[in-house]
Design a protein around this ligand. Structure first.
Ligand code: SF4
Length: 101
């Protein structure tokens, strides 16, 4: 059984664990098999986009140039706000693409 002092010392440890789990979830990678990703035609490699189905795709467009992408310049991947902050590849693409201003 936990005494009061032991319980109080465990609270910060539990809080760090919860924050760590939240942070890990935010860094989850978006899979091409994700139902929303599939609906939006997400591909980790933009050159693999089904252009018959997603005619809006233009060669050269990719996540790194999308306003919804917040990865660092030169990073392999970064968070996408269209997918709740999941990581998308810089060279990927989906039909929610919006060119950065
Ligand atoms: S919304 Fe933009 S950054 Fe997100 S997956 Fe689509 S093209 Fe990439």
């Amino acid at each position: 059984m936990l005494n009061r002092r032991r319980f109080i010392t465990l609270i910060p440890v539990a809080a760090i664990g919860i924050l760590g789990a939240t942070s890990a979830q935010a860094q989850e990678k978006l899979s091409e098999t994700d139902p929303t990703g599939q609906a939006l035609g997400y591909k980790e490699d933009a050159t693999k986009v089904d252009v018959k189905k997603f005619a809006a795709y233009k060669a050269g467009n990719n996540c790194a140039g999308c306003a919804l992408y917040s990865g660092k310049a030169g990073a392999v991947n970064g968070p996408c706000s269209a997918f709740g902050g999941k990581l998308v590849t810089a060279k990927g693409w989906c039909s929610a693409y919006a060119k950065k201003a």
